[in-house]
Design a binder for this molecule. Structure first.
Ligand SMILES: Nc1ncnc2c1ncn2[C@@H]1O[C@H](COP(=O)(O)OP(=O)(O)O)[C@@H](O)[C@H]1O
Ligand SMILES: O=c1ccn([C@@H]2O[C@H](COP(=O)(O)OP(=O)(O)O)[C@@H](O)[C@H]2O)c(=O)[nH]1
Ligand SMILES: [Mg+2]
Length: 238
């Protein structure tokens, strides 16, 4: 049974962060119950009253371990992982209409226009049959978040948001030894990405903290140690 337990309240980063739903409002699968609730609202968008999946946003600075932990969540809990960065990089390799602009933006550590990223996320959600998604590395800015909410309408609010909290020196070390041939994994671009994280992404994280859906997870330690912290969040919803 997917429900939230009160003992997890320490994982929530804000005193205002009481859950939006009380345990009694959940059914055997939290995403099915939520689908019914949001279907009462009107409007259009990515989701409908027939389909309103369980959405987890996964946030954190560059190298905080988002992608690594998403893979573990997929293995254990059966989510579909949509990495905004991977979707954008795919556009570059496919030489798509926006490929050159995306490459230039990523190489500078800047943020791609919302409509481009949201279109890719939307397409990926629509073509997947799963009812639970990890959206990794999005929204990056308040503008991203507001544009997403405007487009999605029904079920626009993520069910939960994970934030991997990690000191900058740890993130830099990890990024510089990532070795995936990424154009942005160099010290100059990493500095820009950290700047963007601080000034643009932290306000998004604060927004979700105030909404009571944020789970702040200590992103230091081994992958296994971090995953134990992640498990505490998801097991509480089962
Ligand atoms: N807990 C960890 N300890 C050491 N290295 C890690 C840890 N988690 C991830 N890494 C490595 O750090 C790099 C960045 O991790 P990644 O999951 O890609 O982060 P993000 O998606 O947040 O940028 C990768 O090379 C990954 O293998
Ligand atoms: O919603 C997004 C996600 C990513 N990016 C761009 O893609 C880069 C890499 O993002 P990714 O999430 O893959 O990086 P990570 O944080 O995992 O290192 C970012 O620095 C941005 O330039 C973006 O513009 N919008
Ligand atoms: Mg990543």
């Amino acid at each position: 049974m997917w429900r939230r337990v009160t003992s997890l309240s320490h994982l929530l980063s804000s005193p205002k962060s009481s859950p939006q739903l009380t345990p009694t409002s959940y059914g055997p699968k939290i995403w099915e119950t939520l689908s019914t609730e949001v279907s009462k609202k009107s409007g259009g968008g990515i989701f409908s009253k027939e389909r309103s999946p369980f959405i987890t946003f996964v946030l954190g600075g560059p190298g905080s371990g988002k992608g690594t932990q998403c893979s573990r969540i997929v293995e254990t809990y059966g989510f579909t992982h949509l990495s905004a960065g991977d979707l954008l990089r795919k556009e570059i390799t496919m030489n798509s209409e926006n490929g050159a602009m995306i490459l230039d933006t990523i190489a500078k550590g800047k943020i791609v226009p919302s409509e481009v990223t949201i279109k890719l996320i939307r397409k990926a959600i629509e073509s997947a049959e799963n009812d639970k998604f990890l959206i990794d590395g999005f929204p990056r800015t308040e503008e991203n978040r507001i544009a997403y909410e405007r487009i999605v309408q029904i079920g626009a609010e993520p069910n939960i948001v994970l934030f991997f909290d990690c000191p900058e020196e740890v993130m830099v070390k990890r990024v510089l030894s990532r070795n995936e041939g990424r154009v942005d994994d160099n010290i100059d671009t990493v500095k820009e990405r950290l700047k963007a994280f601080r000034s643009l992404n932290l306000p998004v994280i604060n927004h979700y903290s105030n909404k009571g859906v944020l789970y702040k997870i200590d992103g230091t330690g081994t992958e296994d140690e971090i995953f134990e912290r992640v498990r505490a969040v998801f097991d509480a919803w089962k």
